[in-house]
Design a protein around this ligand. Sequence first.
Ligand code: GTP
Ligand code: MG
Length: 295
Amino acid sequence: MPLKSGYVAIVGKPNVGKSTILNRLVGEDLSVVTPKPETTRNNILGTLTTEGGQVNFIDTPGVHIPHTLLGKHMVRQAKEALQEADLVLAVTVAKRSFDANDLALFDAVRAAGKSSILLINKVDLVDKRLILPLIEKCSQTGIFRDYIPISAKCGDNMKVLSEKIFELLPEGPKLFPDDYLTDKPQRFFLSETIRKYVLNFTREEIPHSVAVLIEEMKTKPKKITHIQATIFVERPSQKAIVIGKRGQMLKSVGEAARKDIEKQLGMKVFLELWVKVYKNWRHDPRAVKMLGYAT
Ligand SMILES: Nc1nc2c(ncn2[C@@H]2O[C@H](COP(=O)(O)OP(=O)(O)OP(=O)(O)O)[C@@H](O)[C@H]2O)c(=O)[nH]1
Ligand SMILES: [Mg+2]
């Protein structure tokens, strides 16, 4: 059998489960998953190598109407992934009928003109009888090669999806070595881990206004890694929330992030977190660039 290989973009609106799907397909917790919309801000490559070939999945930020430079970067990332892809996984969630968001997604996928599969995610949350009419409605559009109801959270139909992906991928040589996993450096995953816990512990506007920068990382061989990171927020009131009463919020975030990072690095970690206000950083080209959100 000839090898299959290519890029597979995972696109859709915020919060539909794109990052959960990437992590399931690759078998690693690469991309941060939270209940909050607009969690993913950068395209994240996750490479899966098997006997049959190599799939280079690209998790993308949720497509939304951007109001900030950060938002524009996010939407641009998703568009770029759509352009680069050999195969597109368009993600929506199971519900009674498609809405305006779904129709916008269908239009974007149609315009990209790529081989595409529609994934109807979160089927664990609905009555299974809703799904067939949805698929029938969608098949009339003629945009997709296939329609697969899945639950990325529970694992339903994920094997069927993997097989379909290999079936539709073009033939070609592997693009990366067999043990290649992602294009992002370690510091990216460390800052994402810290951001994940800020998102998990805070509410309302805070998650959207937070960015994390790893300022310094020093490892004493086989002993301990010292990481110093800054959590940026946009307003003094947000800083007060992230620090919390008597520093309790920052302490909780720090403890949870440190434990997670210790698992990732396989060694003890000393995590030093600072919270700084960078006024309206999401609208500031210099800040957006410094925080890794400029393309
Ligand atoms: N019940 C259920 N929840 C799911 C499923 N897949 C994902 N979720 C949940 O949906 C929420 C969003 O998941 P993500 O994977 O972060 O979604 P996303 O599309 O990457 O979101 P953005 O990065 O914000 O665009 C999380 O709370 C997930 O646990 C599923 O199959 N079933
Ligand atoms: Mg995501």
